[in-house]
Ligand binder design. Structure first.
Ligand SMILES: [Fe+2]
Length: 275
């Protein structure tokens, strides 16, 4: 085509997709082009601004390596990761809300007996976490596995911190015949997402902070049920209503109660049938 104008540019690009033999790819790229063009028409960037956008994405790529994924941080802080998670985890009543997996999950956490502490550094547990796993109708699920992980008091997960023993603050617990579980740990702490790169600069430039509220991560699984990836948050946390990655749901916010150990949290996880 020739003489592309402001009004024909979008159709010109979409038209060139006629030969795409993958219908899903064709749909995705066409939609992306239409939305990107609509964004450009809305914003009307100067050429310098458009170059700045390209340089930002270039810097985002350069920040990535085997352990740092700046594009995931960008997706997280723009709320896209949560939106994708919500779309892919529309749930039935009785099932627990999902929350973001985050980048610090590690497979192979040790299987621990009921009531065990997930602290591996010898310090004392002061938080009891107990509850039940049930199906969507409320019936207990025996033998469900809860894979739990969290931050240390310095705000780091073990994999970020060479001073923590391997698998510190990680463990797997199974429910008993009544679907009950309990474990011992410490209160997790709020932590900032890595903010020394282009995503952190964007947060700062737009008046945002990089903090996530304290949370306990869980992956709850049982044969025949859809695996639940979620997290529990705390009512009195300073960042519970301004999570930098938008992972908090009201149904996942708990209020610890006093306990002989220090504090106690009770939660009931609902799983829905697979398929
Ligand atoms: Fe986390």
């Amino acid at each position: 085509m020739r003489d592309v104008t402001e009004s024909t540019a979008t159709d010109a690009v979409v038209g060139q997709l006629a030969g795409c033999e993958n219908p899903r790819l064709k749909q995705v790229v066409a939609s992306f082009v239409r939305h990107l063009h609509a964004f450009v028409r809305d914003v009307e960037p100067t050429e310098a601004e458009w170059l700045a956008a390209i340089k930002f994405l270039t810097a985002t790529g350069h920040m990535c390596d085997d352990t740092r994924q700046e594009f995931i941080l960008l997706s997280d802080t723009l709320g896209v990761s949560t939106l994708v998670e919500l779309i892919n985890n529309r749930k039935s009543p009785g099932a627990t809300e999902t929350s973001v997996l985050g980048p610090f999950y590690v497979e192979g956490a040790p299987d621990l007996p009921p009531g065990a502490s997930i602290l591996k550094d010898g310090s004392d547990a002061d938080l009891l976490v107990h509850g039940r796993v049930h199906d969507a109708a409320g019936a207990p699920i025996a033998g469900a596995v809860l894979d739990v992980w969290q931050t240390a008091p310095n705000g780091f997960y073990d994999v970020q911190d060479p001073n923590q023993p391997a698998m510190n603050l990680r463990g797997k617990f199974s429910t008993d015949a009544d679907g009950l579980f309990d474990l011992r740990t410490i209160m997790p702490t709020p932590y900032p997402i890595p903010h020394d790169g282009p995503v952190g600069a964007l947060l700062t430039a737009t008046g945002r902070h990089p903090w996530r509220p304290a949370h306990l991560h869980f992956i709850v699984s049982a044969p025949g049920y859809r695996t639940l990836t979620t997290a529990l948050y705390f009512e009195d946390d300073p960042y519970v209503d301004s999570d930098a990655v938008f992972g908090v749901k009201d149904a996942l916010v708990v209020r610890p109660t006093p306990h002989v150990l220090g504090k106690s949290v009770h939660y009931e996880f609902g799983l829905e049938r697979a398929g």
